[in-house]
Each structure stands twice: as C-alpha cells, then as structure tokens.
Design a protein around this ligand. Structure first.
Ligand code: NAP
Length: 277
C-alpha cells in the first residue's frame, strides 16, 4: 500500500484526506492518505521521516508552504517561481517540491466555466501565498494583473518577487478612490484574502458597488461556499465561482505530479461538497 498525507498546523479542517481517499476508492488504488499535525520545530523530522518510511508524497499546507523549502533537494519551475511548495514527491534519493495552487486555480475556471484567462485583465485582492501562486499562473497566460491589499508594502513585495515575468503587474491601493479608475478595464476579480471566512463572515474585501455585471468574480474561499462577496456579485449580475474548484484541481494536479495520471475530479468535488454540508 502507498502512503501519502498532508502536513500543516492546524490540520483538522483539511479536506484533502476525504478528497484523495474518495478518488483512491473510485479508481481502486491501494493508497492511504492521512492528515499530520506537525509542530514547527519538527518539520524537518516529519519530511525526512516520511522519506525514510517510503511515502510516495505529501501535501504541505499553512503555515509550511515556504518553510519546507530548505528540506527539499529540488523544485519544479512552478515552485521555484513562487518559492512555495504544496506538493512533495519522494524518489529514492530526491525530495522534489512542486506548487499546484496556480495550476489548480486556472484549471478550476476552465473546467467549471470554460473560462480562458489568456490576455485577460485581472484584479487580485490579497498579497499572501495564494495571491502569489494565482498571480504567477495568470502572468504565464499573459494577463495584465492589478494587485490590491490591506498592507500595501506586501503587495509591492509580491510584485517585486514576480517582476521577472514582465511589466503587466501593478499595485493599486485598497480604497474605492484608487480602484475606481481601473475597474472599467477589469474582466476578472479574484479574492485571495481571508475576508469572508468565519471570523468576518458578512464582510467583503472591496466595496461591491465597484463591481460591474460583465466581470467574472472568483472567491478562492470554499467555506462558506458562497461568501458575501459572491452573493453581492451575483446580485449585480456577475458570473461567480467559489474556491471549491481550486481546492479540487490543486489535488488533481498533485496526482498528475505523483503518478502522471488524472484522478476523477467529479468524485473529488462530491467528497468536498459532502464534507462542507
Ligand atoms: P495568507 O498568506 O495569510 O494571506 C492572507 C491575505 O488576506 C493577505 O493579503 C492579508 O492582508 C489578507 N487579509 C487577512 N485579513 C484581512 C482583513 N481583515 N482585511 C483585509 N485583508 C485581510 O493566506 P493565503 O495562504 O494566501 O490564503 C488566503 C485565503 O485563500 C484563505 O482564505 C485560504 O483559505 C484561501 N485559499 C484557498 C485555496 C483553495 O484551494 N481554494 C488555496 C489556498 C488558499 P495583509 O497582507 O494586509 O495581512
């Protein structure tokens, strides 16, 4: 039996075990996927221990996506670009880090909406790890990207770290006066902040009055399935998408990295939705 798992802290909320386990069952793969709560000072032991025990791979979640880098022998181009790893593959003598967050984001919109991001103008709200992965994937599709964030310096750092992709990346302060002039050209609005989750359930990361019906609004939050931002955007007439798809497709892309095969995405969607409800 193959062994896999997800490392994070906290980890109890992770939907990865149910998602991967449902897909193993559906395709008859003999594999076990477990959640592992790991303390920060034991991260290296956890990685090397999994290697010693013959694990096939691991997923890495908050807060270790960047902290895990020193323990890897190599990074894929995707992980190198964002200096973040959410998927590890063990071989006999190598520990390879990969990032499927950006690919997962793109694949979800393509699968659920048939959306092609190529050349689109996108506003990203947030400048954390998820924002970086999504932005790098969008820049690879020749998108023009505006970044807005509560902490402006963090948005500037993000732009600086991705500036090798070219000049289609700009920071806009997170206030209506600064955002209003660019909103006309925005085709896609993406929330990568945690605003809208349990601790600030009824809030939106930007004033809904800035949205227009022609825009696609994506919130990568998946719990709740419909954030206040998505509710407001729907009322305005925008197409909307939540974060369930990104969650599923980053896992699909992890299978492709571990085994070069595509798992049944629909089974993974069902497992996530059943857990959320
Ligand atoms: P992170 O690195 O901690 O970044 C958090 C971001 O949210 C920062 O830009 C932060 O702004 C902003 N923020 C937090 N509280 C805020 C507030 N009260 N007002 C305005 N901005 C606020 O986290 P992350 O890893 O990027 O994850 C961000 C979100 O994406 C989480 O909700 C996570 O669940 C979701 N996510 C979903 C998927 C998926 O598969 N669907 C994958 C990854 C992440 P400052 O810089 O000003 O602090």
């Amino acid at each position: 039996m193959e062994l896999l798992g997800v490392i994070g802290n906290p980890i109890g909320h992770s939907l990865s075990p149910v998602m991967h386990s449902a897909a193993f069952k559906a395709v008859g793969r003999s594999a076990l996927y477990l959640p592992f709560l790991v303390e920060a000072d034991q991260l290296s032991q956890a990685i090397y221990g999994a290697q010693a025990l013959g694990f096939t791979g691991l997923n890495i979640t908050v807060p270790y996506k960047e902290k895990v880098l020193p323990y890897l022998t190599e990074l894929t181009d995707e992980a190198e670009a964002v200096q973040s790893v959410n998927t590890i593959k063990f071989t006999e003598d190598r520990i390879i880090g990969h990032s499927t967050d950006g690919e997962g984001f793109m694949a979800a919109a393509e699968y659920e909406l048939g959306y092609d991001f190529r050349g689109k103008t996108v506003l990203i709200m947030g400048a954390g790890g998820a924002a970086k992965a999504v932005t790098a994937a969008l820049l690879n599709k020749q998108c023009q990207v505006y970044i807005t964030n509560r902490t402006l310096e963090r948005a500037e750092q993000l732009v600086h770290s991705l500036n090798r992709f070219g000049t289609q990346l700009e920071v806009v302060p997170l206030n209506s006066a600064a955002l209003e002039p660019v909103m006309d050209e925005i085709e896609v609005v993406v929330n990568t902040t945690s605003v809208g989750m349990a601790q600030n359930l009824g809030q939106t990361p930007l004033a809904p009055s800035l949205l227009a019906p022609h825009q696609l609004v994506i919130d990568i939050i998946y719990n709740p399935e419909k954030t206040q931002l998505l509710k407001a955007a729907e009322q305005i007439g925008c197409r909307v998408q939540n974060g369930v798809g990104m969650l599923v497709w980053q896992a699909v892309k992890a299978w492709e990295f571990w085994w070069g095969i595509t798992p049944p995405a629909e089974i993974m969607y069902q497992a996530v939705k059943a857990s959320l409800s």
